[in-house]
Ligand binder design. Structure first.
Ligand code: ADP
Length: 665
């Protein structure tokens, strides 16, 4: 079992005590995978906490990305191989005696070419850091960049002051070039060191490091150009390097190796190709510094090899920083963009397809809807025609039954009973057919209002005479209460309002048990000069209905529950017709009820106040008024011969002179 030693992850405020069982810790912190690499990553969060990917408690460490055989190991192997080669070359060069004696002609130009390569890399590193320092995570990188900018400047001065170059500010000497060289190496060393050792945290004011570097370079250049005697001697013409210079080179070599070891150590815990190449660069730079301890003349082969090794070291920096940090991510980004573009194309073509399919489906649905509507209309038309066709013979049946009843002597009780039942059944059938006719008429959009001026007195009298007898028969108390404030005359469809109220009252009659009461109340809600809003309520003390039942009552074919049909009969169309008729009159309809506590059905209507007074229409619905027909000449317009017979016989019974209009079609 793995145990923590004394690792401490400060940023995440998690303290791992010596001996803590890793499995216990990881299960506590809900991390899923326990690997040695995982543990290393955990420890490294101390040095390298990334703000977005750091909290172990939230399990955000990307454990899966830590694979033992990743790319960096292969790169590391290659670097070790290259280092082996370079060390072998170095040892061979030391073993060869001729090496000391070879001098290079036109060395200054070769040197310039090699230095320019290193300077270009330094400037690129600086530019990369400067362009990315605004990104929180890359702020520490500016130290590296700034230091390398200083290195580039110092290397430039070094190149310009090199022996064999034209004078720059002061005469070119090996002494000056070496001084610039040493300072340039110190800057490069600091840059790499800060990059490797500093945590990847956003560092505020990091960009000021560039100013510090520029000031330092200015000071150093001033001293080397104008006061070279202030610095210790590094080169004696004819003798070669002084011990000071050689020890400086050794120190640089040691420092580069130390940095290489730190890189290697960090690679083990936080593998990255950048660190691998920086490791290579440090090793080769160390070898390069070693070469510089060997030469006696600035134009000999050791000096050239030293510079070449330096260029190789810089090419590793270029690879590690520029290519790894910028070019590869950029290429990956471009590839991702390309694949995104391809996906987008596929998506848009799929969308187009979908669009076409949706359009086709919508068209199909629309035509299906049209067909369904046409079928519904045809059905309603058929029903309305059929209801009309049924109503005519029913009227004949009712009329004939009435006539038969009238002609039967009181003694023929059995026959009278039969005929009375025919009459009753006919009336019931007619009411059902009337409902169906109205409903299909409304559905087919054929129901039209017929508003006219009317008064409430005959209106309520009519309702009373319609129901008083049946109410009394059932033992129900029936009352009509009309508000005195209601205008004498209003403008509206009297018949339709009556139809709604008849439906309410007959339901109240149907659903109220003996001894109960039913009341129609008409009262004024509001009034203006032009119109008045009235509320018509029918209250009963019947069975009532629950809230759930009430929701469906105004839907066609709905009854409170199926037992109602069995017990009370009915079609479930009445209230639906009431609602549609009320909607047609721009009114409101509703119910207030509780199960077992009676119901209040109501409508509110806004009716105009007519300019003229209501016409007195004499309605012969009272047997006492029938004598007005005595001797009256009446033109009977009825196409059905049975109904003609019924009507003319009824009228003739009242001594009216009846003429039947002839049907010409
Ligand atoms: P029908 O009475 O022909 O069944 P309606 O549309 O007039 O059709 O009524 C629908 C249902 O509403 C009735 O079956 C009944 O359940 C309920 N209902 C109507 N009026 C009342 C009332 N006054 N009291 C209790 N329930 C009623």
């Amino acid at each position: 079992m793995l145990n923590f030693k004394s690792y401490y992850v400060q940023k995440d405020a998690i303290l791992y005590k010596k001996g803590t069982n890793i499995l216990t810790y990881l299960s506590d912190s809900k991390c899923q995978i326990v690997t040695r690499h995982g543990l290393f990553m955990l420890i490294l969060t101390r040095f390298n906490p990334s703000p977005k990917n750091k909290t172990i408690g939230d399990s955000v460490l990307d454990w899966k990305s830590i694979t033992p055989d990743s790319h960096y190991q292969k790169e590391l192997k290659k670097i070790f191989f290259a280092l082996g080669l370079l060390v072998a070359v170095m040892l061979l060069s030391r073993a060869s005696i001729t090496f000391y004696t070879i001098k290079i002609t036109h060395y200054a130009s070769v040197h310039t070419i090699l230095e320019v390569m290193a300077i270009v890399v330094s400037v690129m590193v600086f530019l990369s850091s400067w362009l990315s320092y605004k990104k929180e995570q890359a702020r520490h990188f500016i130290f590296f960049g700034s230091a390398f900018f200083g290195t580039a400047l110092l290397d430039l001065f070094h190149t310009l002051s090199y022996q064999g170059m034209p004078d720059f500010l002061t005469p070119s000497t090996p002494e000056k070039a070496i001084a610039f060289w040493l300072f340039a190496r110190i800057f490069a060393l600091c840059g790499i060191g800060l990059f490797v050792l500093l945590p990847k945290r956003p560092l505020h004011y990091a960009q000021w490091s560039l100013l510090v570097v520029l000031l330092s370079v200015t000071l150093i250049a001033r001293i080397i150009f104008f006061h070279p005697d202030w610095l210790p001697q590094t080169f004696i013409a004819g003798q070669g390097l002084t011990p000071f210079k050689i020890y400086c080179e050794y120190s640089l070599t040691a420092a580069y190796f130390a940095l290489a070891l730190i890189c290697l150590n960090r690679i083990r815990y936080a593998p990255s190709d950048t660190l691998v190449y920086l490791f290579g660069a440090c090793c080769i730079a160390a070898l390069s510094e070693l070469f510089f301890t060997f030469y006696t003349d600035v134009t000999d082969l050791y000096n050239l090899f030293g510079h070449q090794y330096k260029v190789i070291a810089y090419s590793f920096i270029f690879r590690g920083i520029f290519i790894e940090q910028y070019l590869l991510p950029y290429i990956q980004l471009s590839e991702t963009q390309e694949s995104l573009r391809r996906s987008e194309k596929r998506l848009s073509s799929a969308l187009k397809n979908l669009d076409a399919r949706v359009k086709k489906r919508t068209q199909e649905l629309e035509s299906a809807k049209l067909k369904a509507e046409e079928a519904a209309l045809a059905k309603s038309n058929f029903l309305s025609n059929m209801s009309h066709e049924i109503r005519t013979p029913i009227n004949s049946i009712l009329g004939m039954a009435y006539l038969a009843l009238d002609s039967l002597p009181e003694t023929a009780t059995k026959q009278r009973d039969y005929v009375q039942k025919i009459h009753y059944s006919g009336e019931h059938l007619l009411s059902v057919v009337n409902d169906i006719l109205d409903f299909s008429k409304i559905e087919a959009g054929k129901m039209a209002l017929n508003p006219h001026a009317f008064s409430f007195e005959p209106f309520t009298e009519n309702l009373y005479s319609l129901f008083s007898e049946s109410m009394a028969k059932k033992g129900l108390d029936f009352k009509i209460d009309v508000d005195r404030l209601i205008p004498d005359c209003v403008h509206g469809d009297e018949l339709r309002i009556q139809q709604v109220l008849i439906n309410f009252i007959s339901n109240a009659h149907k659903f109220t048990e003996q001894g109960g009461e039913v009341m129609l109340k008409i009262h004024l809600l509001s009034e203006t000069a032009q119109d008045c809003t009235l509320k018509f309520t029918v209250t009963d003390s019947g069975i009532g209905s629950s809230d759930a039942e009430q929701d469906a009552l105004f839907q066609p074919f709905q009854q409170a529950d199926n037992s109602i049909t069995r017990k009370y009969g009915g079609t479930g169309l009445g209230l639906a017709i009431c609602k549609q008729v009320t909607d047609l009159m721009a009114g409101d309809i509703g119910i207030d009820s509780q199960k077992g506590c009676g119901s209040v059905f109501w409508i509110t209507l806004t009716l105009a106040k007519p300019d003229k007074h209501c016409l007195e229409v004499s309605v012969i619905d009272n047997p006492d008024n029938l004598n007005v027909l005595n001797g009256a000449r009446i033109l009977l317009v009825e196409d059905n011969p049975f109904n003609q017979q019924v009507a003319s016989e009824l009228l003739k019974k009242q001594s009216a002179i009846v003429t039947i209009a002839k049907c010409v079609f």
